[in-house]
Design a protein around this ligand. Structure first.
Ligand code: SF4
Length: 378
């Protein structure tokens, strides 16, 4: 595992708003995007970097839809990163992208800038599901986007899907995962639908226009994928993520292993090993703070050794290999089996965790009840 940091860059623009989305994002406007990119470059150039953040080997453009930006705007942001950070030559540079928002020329332009990984927000391969959740693309555009990414030379392509959509049935879910695997993605992320209080999709369910599916079916969908991905040679390296060998997301692994990462842009959250901070979620406030020479940081929290210890447990348990209990004791002076003995025994009896070879891992049944396991360590 590298000891270099990551860099996260948030792009808060989308073609339209999906009906379940709770991210800090809004409609794309050219003038606003120009201002935003200038603000981002300025935030990066004047940041006061902790030593732990200076050397980096991953850059992740998330959003929002980063591919609403032009290639020139991507270049401006990457130039600022390269001026400020010591970026490793073999860095993983990811851009999230939405099918329908990228052309072959555009993808080739990203590749020329050094972007070497694409994460496509596909979510479903059924057009009726895509339109129900307000996605701006259809299934054919998703298939074309992946083919165009391959043609542009990307050998690291990820697909996101959502399981548990209203009205979804096991056979429609199976078709989604079959279609995803038919595209030979290097990486697959699957999220179970969660709806925040004001989500338009939730309102439609509450009005009786759509039927939420029951939890049991969502769990069956998850395990259906777990088994199918294993049959196809994908490693289930994190609770929601599958990858071909050597294609796990190096950037996201930093989050789960407690590595430091910088973060720039509206709502972006970073961690330098000592404290965690997040920028304002309000785009106008972000712009006026940066343009007025002020910091965009809205919250900062010092992380003490006790918090680091418990984070190492509940983040590490998300990973396939779980926690190496000897290494944990050496690093934090905490004997996990002893300190959490009654809870671990209860979870073990319930089939949610397992201990073997000196490691504590989430067991199969615990993968869909992970929050119950994590609550022990928070
Ligand atoms: S594309 Fe992603 S970030 Fe944009 S509105 Fe849809 S879910 Fe939200």
């Amino acid at each position: 595992m590298s000891n270099r940091a990551g860099i996260y860059i948030h792009i808060p623009f989308c073609a339209s708003r999906c009906h379940y989305c709770n991210f800090a994002t809004g409609g794309y406007e050219a003038e606003l995007a120009t201002r935003y990119v200038a603000a981002l470059a300025s935030e990066i150039r004047r940041c006061n970097l902790a030593a732990s953040l200076r050397a980096a080997d991953t850059i992740y453009f998330g959003g929002g839809t980063p591919t609403t930006l032009s290639i020139t705007q991507f270049a401006e942001i990457l130039d600022a990163c390269r001026d400020v950070f010591d970026i490793a030559a073999d860095s993983e540079i990811t851009a999230e992208a939405n099918p329908g928002s990228v052309s072959s020329n555009y993808l080739a332009g990203l590749r020329d800038l050094g972007v070497n990984r694409l994460s496509f927000g596909v979510q479903s391969f059924a057009d009726d599901e895509l339109s129900m959740i307000g996605r701006a693309h259809n299934a054919m555009e998703a298939r074309n986007a992946v083919a165009e990414a391959r043609a542009a030379g990307f050998d690291n392509v990820s697909i996101d899907l959502i399981a548990g959509l209203p009205e979804q049935k096991m056979d429609t879910w199976r078709r989604n995962i079959d279609e995803a695997f038919a595209l030979d993605p290097d990486h697959l992320s699957v999220y179970l639908l969660e709806l925040y209080r004001d989500a338009p999709l939730l309102h439609r369910i509450e009005r009786g226009e759509l039927r939420a599916i029951d939890e049991e079916l969502t769990v069956d969908m998850y395990f259906d994928l777990v088994d199918e991905a294993a049959r196809r040679g994908y490693e289930h390296y994190e609770l929601s993520n599958w990858a071909l060998p050597k294609k796990a997301s190096r950037h996201n692994l930093k989050y789960w292993t407690g590595a430091p990462y910088s973060a720039f842009g509206v709502s972006a959250a970073g961690y330098d090993g000592e404290s965690r901070w997040s920028n304002t979620r309000n785009l106008n406030e972000y712009l006026s703070r940066i343009e007025g020479g002020e910091s965009p940081v809205a919250e900062r929290e010092a992380i003490d050794e006790d918090m680091r210890q418990s984070e190492a447990l509940f983040l590490g348990l998300r990973l396939k290999d779980g926690i190496d209990m000897d290494a944990h004791r050496a690093r934090f002076g905490v004997d996990v089996a002893e300190r959490y003995a009654p809870d671990l025994e209860r979870l073990r009896r319930a089939g949610l965790v397992e201990m073997s070879d000196g490691r504590l891992r989430i067991a199969r049944a615990g993968k869909v009840l992970a929050n119950e396991v994590f609550s022990v360590f928070v």
